[in-house]
Design a protein around this ligand. Structure first.
Ligand SMILES: [Zn+2]
Length: 288
C-alpha cells in the first residue's frame, strides 16, 4: 500500500467516524419529553425509547426507566416540574438500551433497583459501574413511597430474562415495560432469554391481577387500559397459534410470511417489529 492509499483510507475512516457522531447527535436533536398525567401520584413521560413512569409526592420522585443518555437533561427538566430533578429511586423494567440508557446519568444520585439479571446482563456488556442496579431481587420487591406500596414483580423468560412489571397499589397503575407494545407486534428477544411462550403466560398473569379501571403504562405506545391490553394479548396469542399451526403443517417461514396474518393486522407491523419479524420470532421460539 502506498502512502496516498494510506492517507485516503485514514480520511475515509475519519469521515465515517465523524458521520457516526453527527448521526448520534441528530438522532435526539428534535426529541421533546411530553408529560402525561396517569392517575393518583403517577405520570408518564413520552420521549424516544421506552415510556417512563414517574411517582411524584411528599417523599420525592421515583422513576421507571430512563430512555437514552442524551435525553437525561430533558428528562431531569420534566421531573423537576413534578417536584425534583433528582429521583430518589430509579427502577428498570429490563436491560435494553432504550430503557436503561440514562442510568449512568442518574446512578450517582439515585438508588437503581432492578431484577438481578438486569445487573448481570448490563455488567456483561459495556455499562459503567455507576449505571448498574445496586438493589436487586429474584422474584419481587416492594418500596413504600409517596404513601403507597410500589411492587416490582419479575415476569420470567418473556420479553427477555430480565423483566419486571411495576404495580402502584393505591394509584392502581401498572408499568408493563416491554410486555406491552400498545397497538404493535412485540419484540421478543430470543437472544437474551426471551420466549413467546413465556411472554404470553406473563400477559395472562398480569391480566388476572389488574381490574377494569387499572391505568396501564406500556413500554411503547400510548397510555392504555385493560381492554387495550386484552386486545394486545389476543393479537399476540391468536397470531402465535396461527403461525405454530402453519409450522406444524411444515410450511416454511417464507411461505407463512408470504401468506401474511391478514389485512386487519396490517397496522400492527408498522412499528419497530414488522409482520415478517414477528412471524420469524414466533417460528423460531417454538420447537418443532
Ligand atoms: Zn425492550
Amino acid at each position: 500500500m502506498n502512502k496516498n492509499n494510506v492517507v485516503a483510507k485514514l480520511a475515509a475512516v475519519f469521515l465515517s467516524l465523524f458521520s457516526i457522531s453527527v448521526y448520534g447527535q441528530d438522532r435526539f436533536a428534535n426529541v421533546t419529553i411530553e408529560t402525561v398525567p396517569v392517575a393518583g401520584n403517577i405520570s408518564m413521560l413520552i420521549g424516544q425509547g421506552g415510556n417512563i413512569g414517574v411517582s411524584a409526592g411528599a417523599d420525592g420522585i421515583l422513576i421507571i426507566d430512563d430512555q437514552f443518555a442524551p435525553l437525561a437533561g430533558r428528562i431531569k427538566d420534566a421531573i423537576e416540574a413534578l417536584g425534583s430533578d433528582t429521583p430518589k429511586f430509579l427502577l428498570n423494567t429490563h436491560f435494553h438500551g432504550d430503557h436503561v440508557g440514562g442510568n449512568a446519568e442518574f446512578g450517582a444520585d439515585s438508588v437503581i433497583i432492578a431484577h438481578e439479571n438486569v445487573r448481570v446482563r448490563m455488567a456483561a456488556g459495556d455499562a459503567p459501574a455507576v449505571a448498574l442496579p445496586v438493589v436487586t431481587y429474584d422474584d419481587d420487591v416492594s418500596i413504600h413511597f409517596n404513601g403507597e406500596m410500589v411492587t416490582l414483580i419479575h415476569v420470567p423468560r418473556g420479553h427477555t430474562d430480565t423483566d419486571s412489571v411495576v404495580y402502584f397499589e393505591d394509584s392502581n397503575v401498572i408499568h408493563m415495560g416491554d410486555h406491552f407494545f400498545n397497538g404493535a407486534f412485540p419484540f421478543v428477544d430470543l437472544e437474551n432469554g426471551g420466549t413467546v411462550q413465556g411472554y404470553i403466560s406473563n400477559l395472562e398473569k398480569v391480566i388476572s391481577w389488574i381490574s377494569d379501571d387499572t391505568s396501564i403504562i406500556p413500554g411503547h405506545g400510548p397510555l392504555a387500559n385493560k381492554s387495550d391490553l386484552l386486545n394486545f394479548y389476543n393479537v399476540v396469542k391468536d397470531t402465535s397459534i396461527d403461525i405454530r399451526v402453519k409450522k406444524s403443517q411444515r410450511m416454511s417461514v417464507e411461505d407463512i410470511v408470504a401468506e401474511g396474518l391478514g389485512p386487519d393486522l396490517e397496522s400492527w407491523g408498522g412499528g419497530f417489529i414488522s409482520e415478517e419479524a414477528w412471524i420469524t420470532t414466533v417460528f423460531n421460539s417454538y420447537p418443532r
